[in-house]
Design a protein around this ligand. Structure first.
Ligand code: EPZ
Length: 419
């Protein structure tokens, strides 16, 4: 049973300015990359979220010297061995980034299968297939990924699906492999570009990040560097969705508008204006939602990490919409929670059919089952009058720094209550 919840008394408009910090999904691979050199690296603007703290614990357990100085994190010394990391691996998916680091630095890796949000089976076949093509022995045994390779060698690796994590892992492996590696059909997310830029600042030779073909010429060593992740486009999208639903006017700084193109296209309407500014975007809304439909897909299409937030808004629309989830096979847990508020939504396999019911939506006790599902529930609770309680803060805190502060600063009545 949770020992705390977020208490939300909804119905307030949102007004003000928020600043985005380094993106969780950019910072996590950069932390792993920094462990590929003994020299000191600094990663700037790292958010205070539990996934980052867990990653720091994992790196320390592997011998990396880690110092957090405010939002900057200093790392040095590289990995020196395999400590007790099972606990860290169970809490998050990002432990898989260490495959590439450990293989490159020690010639072997033994990583308990990752935990993280329960949004699907999340196999590792694409990671393992790529490592094998680079000459590693790689297999899963007794609930762990086992890899061995004296020296990784460059290879041409077609990915059967543009997996973000597999692209990032193989990028790190290829950075120090012998010869050229070509990733074909790889992920194009901004976080891939951020990682490639960071590795190149460390002396790697990577071209094509952001496209579906990346070429990497392996180098002997990597050096320390100052690494700067981009602003968190999903946190920005979450604030955008909340403003669209609650009404008001919010300026979101520190995010690259082009990275949100599909999200902006899905939310803008006669009721919601979204403009670019020289530091981000500005959202103004009358608090009414036009019925719409989206399907999630790899970047640059509509991101799966914004699906729950979109569905929450559609529960208040003026019509009927369909939300189709094509990336993960089990990412509608929030739909059943929204039903507790009165949402008229039916989930059938990978699609949610929703009829807007703005007057029928009421405050309720809700439970987050994953990170972005929790964000969706928060958004719905911010809209409805009366007190809603959102349990499962441990999921929300994985990717959002103090969700209550974020929205309280915009005029919402939100507080964290210890039970
Ligand atoms: C990253 O997860 C993100 N996490 C996720 O964000 C995000 O939802 C996802 O990419 C898609 O954009 C981080 O960056 C830390 P994938 P990842 O490999 O790398 C299947 C959040 O809320 N697949 O692109 O695990 C997989 O099962 C989190 O911030 C295989 O089948 O995602 C899924 O169906 C949630 N075999 C699809 O591909 C593999 O070897 C996409 O997974 C790898 C993946």
């Amino acid at each position: 049973m949770d020992n705390e919840y977020l208490s939300i008394n909804g119905g307030n408009e949102l007004r003000g300015t928020v600043e985005m910090h380094g993106a969780k999904n950019a910072v996590l691979p950069l932390l792993a990359a920094a462990a590929m050199t003994k020299e000191e690296s600094v990663i700037e603007d790292c958010p205070f979220i539990s996934d980052v703290e867990n990653m720091l614990g994992l790196l320390s357990a592997l011998g990396v010297s880690v110092k957090r100085k405010g939002r900057n994190i200093e790392l040095s010394g590289g990995v020196s061995g395999v400590g007790d990391i099972a606990g860290f691996c169970k809490t998050m998916r990002s432990s898989m980034f260490m495959l590439g680091v450990l293989l490159s630095e020690t010639g072997e890796a033994y990583l308990p299968l990752p935990g993280g949000c329960d949004i699907g089976a999340r196999p590792l076949d694409i990671h393992i297939d790529g490592l094998k093509k680079m000459g590693a022995e790689a297999y899963i045994e007794n609930g762990a990924v086992v890899c061995k390779a004296k020296k990784l060698r460059g290879a041409e690796i077609p990915l059967r699906y543009p997996s973000v994590g597999a692209t990032e892992n193989l990028l790190m492996c290829a950075a120090r492999a012998d010869g050229r590696t070509t990733l074909l059909g790889c992920a194009r997310e901004p976080e891939i570009v951020s990682l490639a830029d960071g590795l190149n600042k460390m002396g790697a030779n990577i071209r094509g990040a952001g496209s579906s073909k990346i070429e990497i010429e392996g180098v002997k060593t990597l050096k320390g560097a100052r690494l700067i992740p981009g602003g968190d486009r999903i946190v920005a999208g979450t604030v955008l969705a909340a403003t669209a639903l609650c009404g008001g006017s919010v300026k979101i700084d520190g995010v690259n508008r082009s990275e949100l193109a599909a999200v902006i296209n899905a939310f803008k309407s006669e009721h919601c204006k979204i403009d670019g500014t020289n530091t981000g975007i500005c959202v103004s809304s009358d608090g009414r939602i036009s019925a719409g439909s989206v399907f999630t897909a790899p970047y640059p299409l509509f991101p799966t990490d914004m699906q729950a937030q979109y569905l929450a808004c559609q529960c208040f629309s003026d019509g009927v919409g369909v939300v189709r989830e094509t990336v993960f096979e089990n990412r509608f847990a929030h739909a059943y929670e929204l039903q507790k508020m009165g949402a008229d939504v039916i989930v059938d396999k990978n699609a949610a059919f929703v009829r807007g019911n703005p007057r029928g939506m009421k405050a309720a006790e809700l439970c987050a089952h994953d990170l972005r599902g929790g964000a969706g529930l928060m958004i719905a609770a911010l809209k409805v009058r009366g007190e809603s309680k959102v349990f499962g803060t441990r999921y929300i805190d994985r990717g959002y720094e103090s969700m209550e502060t974020l929205f309280r600063e915009l005029g919402a009545d939100v507080s964290r209550v210890r039970v």
